[in-house]
Design a protein around this ligand. Sequence first.
Ligand code: GLV
Ligand code: GLV
Length: 338
Amino acid sequence: QKFKVVVTRQLIDEAQKLLEDVSDLDVVQWPSEDQPAERSWLLDNAQGASGLLVMLSDKVDQELLDAAGNDLKVIASFSVGTDHVDTAVLRKRNIRLGYTPTALTDAVADLTIMLTLMAQRRGGEAIGKVIKGEWPKMPWSPLLMTGPQIGGSTVGFLGFGRIGQATLKRFIPFGIKRARYLTSKPGQPAKEDHFGLLKEGKIPIEPAQNWEQLARESDVVIIGCALTPDTKHLVGKDFLAKMKKTAVLVNIARGPVVDTDALVAALDKEAIFGAGLDVIENEPNIPADHPILKQPRCVLVPHIGSATIETREQMATESVKNLLAGLKGEAMVNEVQL
Ligand code: GLV
Ligand code: GLV
């Protein structure tokens, strides 16, 4: 029996080869490497599929599952986030979901450091001034382009899974003073200590009792939680109002965790020092006149957290492995417990 699988992107060589080497697959693949599959193409081609390998830009919902029909066994998502997937419907229909949470931890943690330092040290603003030819008007001076220093900071983590902890591991050698974290269970110790940091005890690493405490005490707030109905707009007007004027906000999770209008207002009023964003509401539809782009203290990059060559290769390979494991009823590299 041949399994039909639909893959919504061309994949990097090794993963493509892994897919093509399986003889009992009938592979239907979106032809582009850089453009997302059209929804109508996906709905038309899903019919009779046993597996779908999708990107985070492909919505996996009731409509798509209905279009696929009863042979569908597995969704392999090329991502750590699964907010584009309706997991309740998958559970009901006994469809397995693979994802790639371990492959991208280091790459995203690296970018989080970059965004934090860019926000504190005003990297976007500084580069912008030089490019615009403003340097001749701003000779070196003691307070020119100064910002807060990472050493001595209290770093607060909203969500403290693998990525948050990998980021903390990188921050400790910078000399941060302490870490606070808030998970879905406020005040409780993190359930997993992915890198032994909590046990090691080099600096105090403690749960926050609530979001107010996290906002109030942190010099850096790192958003690394999943997007759920509970975390949507968790960082809005109230949260931002509790943050220190000298603090920076970094979002490497999903745009809608932050209320963009509230963030723009807070930056306008200098109620916080700056922001570093890898994600934003309504991405990628951010036109040149978007108000966030008028904020010199905000650096925004286009969702490139996992974008290292090594990580994208690993994500592609693991996605194919998850797809194949799902078809054969075998163990995946990483599977979401639905
Ligand atoms: C990236 O945002 C991912 O979910 O993989
Ligand atoms: C929850 O957000 C967690 O990261 O544990």
